[in-house]
Design a protein around this ligand. Structure first.
Ligand code: ARG
Length: 469
């Protein structure tokens, strides 16, 4: 064991030096520092400081000269960070202290006045809300792009039959366009969840200070408005200590990732040689270092796989927040990495899904062939018996079952049975029945609202194209 003295920094603490004789221990500094990740919020931190400074200036808490210096100093810092010229210091713990310390270095005392009526607690809550809000806007645009890609393919393949599955067993023929539009509906709801999250998130914590508010007569409406928030938060304790906006964001992310993972899984299956329902180009395929024939859909697999870390982020932050007393506690610093990581993974998944959706080539002949296999039009036959022979559905179901068994025994599909075969099960069956046994007739008949018929798909495509603009 080394001398515990080695674990101490000799320098005096730069941030709260007045009260402390020595600097933090090395481990203290290491566990405390968030600059390694919260530097991602530098834009939002400067944005927040500019709004706070302008408000202090308007109230005369800062004089004009100080305000101008702060504005110039922050602009200079923004330019430095943008250009990669800013050295972030662990000793300054986080993005807020890094920027403020540099500001003071650049402009002197005016920099030290910026923190009037503000605490890092309301500052970080504000910055983080701004960051999540920006992320929401970017992700929403990506979700819209995925929808546009799916709608495009739905339009192209509105009438092309493919097998529809339940239990991953051939069930009834559907159209490829209908399948694409199923995901459009899911993603539209994902966007709705993000929009809800944004609406509740959009209140400004700035001015809540450490936890109790402040004795300075701040104009909180002014800072809220300047930062694009709908209003200031109404309770200072709540404002600095809840992260439900981040949790809502992560819940929306987890649900969306779950949706994307289902599509990704279908892409993986559809690409496999025994299925061969679609082909992905080289742009979305990787090879194997040992098996020259391989074409692996890694992007789809990774979309499926990244769902794990996005779900993990949600569970992680829920766990961090659980049982925390009011108001701020340092545990909450653990909020950001989860959100940053999930947002990045989600954005990548969306880019990959949009790319693969536009890239994939469906094997229409094979999809059509499988759409009709496995007695997929058995329901159409039963429905015909109900409609034309007026059989009760349960009886029609039974008669159809016997016909399927008959066909299976003869090694043919339903359309391969003769009229005599049909009539051996029910004498009333006529030649007419063969008209409903094709996959095209089957999908065309599914005109109930929300059904798979090509006319429905075309109508829905039109609706989505209008909605997406
Ligand atoms: N880096 C901190 C965080 O992310 C900022 C707030 C620190 N507040 C404090 N009282 N130590 O939570």
């Amino acid at each position: 064991m080394s001398d515990p003295q080695d674990l101490r920094n000799t320098e005096q603490n730069i941030q709260w030096g007045g009260r402390f004789a020595a600097g933090p221990g090395v481990v203290m500094q290491e566990i405390n520092a968030s600059i390694g990740f919260d530097r991602k919020m530098w834009r939002q931190d400067i944005q927040g400081s500019l709004a706070h400074a302008a408000m202090l200036g308007k109230l005369g808490i800062l004089d004009t000269k100080d305000l101008t210096d702060i504005q110039g100093g922050l602009a200079g810092i923004a330019a430095d960070i943008e250009a990669g010229r800013f050295a972030f210091a662990d000793a300054l713990e986080d993005i807020h202290m890094n920027i403020e310390a540099r500001l003071t270095e650049r402009i002197g005392d005016a920099g030290r006045r910026l923190h009037t009526g503000r605490s890092r607690n309301d500052q970080v809550a504000t910055d983080f809300r701004l960051w999540v809000r920006d992320a929401i806007d970017g992700l929403d645009a990506q979700l819209a792009d995925v929808m546009a890609a799916l709608v495009g393919r739905a339009e192209e393949f509105a009438a092309d039959p493919m097998p529809g599955f339940t239990h991953l067993q051939t069930a009834q023929p559907v159209t490829f366009g209908h399948h694409m539009l199923a995901y459009v509906e899911m993603i539209a709801r994902d966007r709705g969840r993000l929009a809800d999250c944004r609406r509740r998130l959009n209140e400004c914590p700035l001015g809540s200070a450490a936890l109790a508010g402040t004795s300075f007569p701040l104009d909180r409406e002014m800072t809220a408005k300047a930062l694009g928030f709908d209003r200031p938060t109404a309770n200072s304790l709540d404002a600095v200590s809840d992260r439900d906006f981040a949790l809502e964001f992560l819940s929306a992310a987890a649900i969306s990732a779950m949706h994307l993972s289902r599509f990704a899984e279908e892409i993986v299956i559809w690409c496999s040689a025994p299925f061969s329902f679609i082909r992905l180009s080289d742009a979305f395929t990787t090879g194997s270092s040992i098996m020259p024939q391989k074409r692996n859909p890694d992007a789809a697999e990774l979309v499926r796989g990244k769902t794990g870390r996005i779900n993990g982020a949600l569970v992680s932050l829920l766990t961090v927040m659980k049982g925390l007393t009011l108001a701020y506690a340092k545990d909450m610093q653990e909020d950001k990495e989860q959100v940053f990581d999930a947002a990045e993974a989600w954005a990548l998944c969306l880019a990959a899904i949009a790319g693969m959706t536009r890239d994939m080539t469906p094997n229409l002949a094979r999809l059509r062939a499988f759409a009709g296999s496995g007695f997929a039009t058995a329901t159409d036959l039963a429905d015909w018996l109900v409609r034309v022979l007026r059989l009760p559905f349960r009886d029609a179901h039974h008669a159809t079952g016997r016909l399927v068994a008959l066909a299976e025994g003869k090694g043919v599909d339903l359309a391969g049975l003769t009229l005599a075969d049909m009539q051996s099960v029910h004498p009333g069956i006529t030649q007419d029945v063969f008209g409903v046994l094709t996959v095209d007739a089957s999908v065309a008949s599914r005109t109930s609202y929300g059904g798979t018929a090509p006319v429905n798909v075309t109508a829905q495509v039109k609706r989505w194209k209008e909605a997406l603009g």
